[in-house]
Design a binder for this molecule. Sequence first.
Ligand code: HEM
Length: 502
Amino acid sequence: MNPTLLAAIPIIYFFFLLLARRKVISQKAALLPSPPRLPFIGNLHQLLGSILHRSLYKLSKKHGPLMLLHLGAVRTLVVSCPKIAEEVIRNNDLLFATRPKSKLMDVLSYNKNDIAFAQYGESWRQMKKLARTHLLSSQRVKSMSFDRAEEVSLLLEKVADAASRGNGVICLTEILNSYVTNVLTKMVLGSWITKEKKTLLSKLSHESSDLLHKVFFEDFFPNLKWLDVLWGSDRKLEDYKNKWDALFEEIIKNHGHESKVVNGKNNTYFMGTLLDLQNDSSLGFVLTNDHIRGLAMDMIIAGIDTTFATLDWCMTELIRNPEVMKKVKDELRKMTHGEDIISEELLGQLSYLKVFIKEVIRLHPPAPLLLPRESLQECQIQGYNIPKQTRLVINAWAFGRDKSYWEAPEQFKPERFFDSTVDYKGKDFYFIPFGVGRRICPGMDFAMVVIEITLANLLHRFDWSLPSGITIKDMDMVEHGGAIASRKQKLELVPIATSCKF
Ligand code: HEM
């Protein structure tokens, strides 16, 4: 026999073995429960235009807690029960530690240089460590309490001022939105940012939440990427990116100026810290301007809408549950001694306020589907073979409603967290509003202190009620359909100043 042919036999044999193995894997994977799908678009028609976490929850009731969807060409695994999430994270956290590549993620990650949207790898590890050590450590969070107190004070003034005009009714949703934008932009970028810039930042942050649910043809139907050009989606994304670029260019320029003239050192806000670190040779890697832009964008996008949504839901649930409002206020009354403003030192003693917030984020996790992940390698879940590059969606919203873990889950009952060690820090898989595993949110301590200090002061300073003629029954509890599930209906309330001399 021809010696070349002879040498080729093992290679051909190996090739066919591989093919056969791939076939078996895909046959097994095809056995995963999956709703019926249409040719080409798969299951997209069952989801488009809907509130995604609710539609997925409904589908999971029919097809099971581990379900495979075909979103165009993208295989997507949806996990709707804590037990399976625990299996995935305990056995395969590393395998699912990456984010899927997508057109939008490339923009949001500043070309994979951020934390939230970057693929798993050295750069992501360095950025996350940097954020944990230099930006969001508990020491750093504590060190910014003065800035938060200043913003809380302004918020209280704004509420009082708005209530003094017209019929006393204020749109608390709008006030909270601009307040959280102020807090976050001050922390990330510094206090020089103008009102117009803040409005633009808030707008860009909201847009990202909507864009995260938008379908780009290139991501789901690679052969149809020309449709993104035709339908103007590419141009819109480019415009979106240009707005961020222009904003960051100005911010970086201004910070250099501010630091030289005012402080002589760039260490007050995140942007200043990052610019200082750029010149720090002990860092061990080169921190580029794209890293800085990516990190700053993360803090703004990941921080503003989530924190705002939680505050808005908290105030909504307080109004809907007057007996809970009374308990929160009673606790505040006991712990305060006539001060005008509650300081952060007191927060440790407000245990009812803390369980109240937990109950709110159990029922209204601001990021109900966490952020999508993707398998880096083939693996097994519940005995099914999951091929490489399968997208993973974890429905944390569904977990908060799971009867196997929560007694009467539909009831609003903060007391369920009393005498319980259940926490949101990622060890209790049935309560993961901040995510879990390697990709867990690094901003949770910061978010929690903002939420607690804001609520404590809003309730200490004012009594709250619905405008006359509106009842609790008129309060719609449906969420926005974007990646961040804030309440759709705006919250209008009447604040009445208390004497504060409890
Ligand atoms: C109530 C407020 C917040 C909630 C509910 C929340 C929730 C989340 C969730 C669910 C994830 C995805 C976790 C996963 O994939 O498993 C996440 C990631 C992230 N969050 Fe938050 N977050 C909040 C506030 C913040 C704040 C204030 C910051 C920063 C200032 C922040 C920064 C980040 C970053 C950088 C990531 C990406 C982590 C990674 O991919 O490794 N978050 N957050």
